[in-house]
Design a protein around this ligand. Sequence first.
Ligand SMILES: NC(=O)c1ccc[n+]([C@@H]2O[C@H](COP(=O)([O-])OP(=O)(O)OC[C@H]3O[C@@H](n4cnc5c(N)ncnc54)[C@H](O)[C@@H]3O)[C@@H](O)[C@H]2O)c1
Length: 423
Amino acid sequence: MATTQKKYDVKDLALADEGRRRIAWADRQMPVLTAIRERFEKEQPLAGYRIAACLHVTTETANLMRTLKDGGADVVICASNPLSTQDDVAAALVEEWGIGCYAIKGEDNDTYYQHIEAAVDHKPHLTMDDGADVIGVLHSARREQLGDVIAGTEETTTGVIRLKALEADGALGFPIIAVNEAKTKHLFDNRYGTGQSTIDGIIRATNVLLAGKRFVVSGYGWVGRGVAMRAKGMGAHVIVTEVDPMVALEAVMDGFEVMTMEKAAEIGDIFCTATGDKGVIARAHMERMKDGAILANTGHFNVEIEIPALRQLAVETRHAREFVEEFTLANGNRLYLLGDGRLINLTAAEGHPAIVMDMSFANQALAAEYAVKNAATLERKVYPVPDDIDREIARLKLATMGVTIDQLTEEQAKYLASWDEGT
Ligand SMILES: NC(=O)c1ccc[n+]([C@@H]2O[C@H](COP(=O)([O-])OP(=O)(O)OC[C@H]3O[C@@H](n4cnc5c(N)ncnc54)[C@H](O)[C@@H]3O)[C@@H](O)[C@H]2O)c1
């Protein structure tokens, strides 16, 4: 295990060269972050600040880490999921950029939490979470360090929900910028990024043909609608399960069949949970499933499918192929769990394409800069990313895509702001 003297714990430093090549490949698809990095290099907005990041250790994340470092920060990173680390990227962060990294793909739970502790040992002024795990440690075992932290950022829906709960309890120790709430994050990353990469993960794990399959998506939030849209595009018959009547109505009007999980369980060929909730596919559902049903999750934690119940139900389990475990039930039916129920797009595929992460991580970099600049006035609350930052990222992204849009004329601006101009 890593110590504070040895600022890394990665699988194999010899993988660094491959990591560097793949990080450069992703970088070419991240022009907004590149522009921010070039400015950060000149302006050094993060000089003197220590950052502890807990993110999926992927090529895109590496480019964010480089940006923070070039902005003057002293950065370390640990994994935000035991299975999402790309070992070559972890090696390259250490070897090529001298960034402390604690992440090994497939690490057990104990090592996962030891790695988070190692990142907290860095004594951060800023935290950068994807699922609020660093913040969780700082608010429990390391409360004495809370006073050193000026702010944190949070990448995902599940993390933001937890942090808002902490704020509501009056227990939040420092201000948080909820990166997930930026439109240039969740409208694109959660929907198009997760939509595509989740399908990619399911296909890479199974090589299944989606056309003609009954594909059940649980949760029709930003992630769920992305997955549903892409599964439909590949010819699957998509069924949605929901608990929110308004969202369920949207799914119906978008052309999907909506039903309870109890019903869907009987007819689905492939199931994918995307709710941020737990026990969405429970024992009673598994008992109703068809022989050969495939179960995947793309929500943040591996609690959406009741895996302990599946293990109890099974009379036999078998490793069917990489990322696929076969469970034979007493009735003879075989169910296939993908990637141990962890987010399948990062477990069996590479996570979101870089072009999408460009916007998510532009938000992270600019949120860190904003937090440092405004530390004196921010309270212990969860803040959205300021609208001007969000819009600036959209503007930059369009520019890098070569898309120009119309501008309001003075007359139009006046018309839109008035109440007395009619026909
Ligand atoms: N895999 C990834 O790379 C990735 C990327 C972004 C977000 N996420 C995670 O995906 C999850 C969903 O994120 P989101 O942005 O779509 O959230 P969201 O809040 O927009 O949507 C979640 C939806 O799930 C529904 N839901 C809750 N409990 C349910 C249940 N028991 N059955 C059916 N539906 C239920 C809610 O009503 C809501 O509509 C979160 O855990 C988030 O952190 C993962």
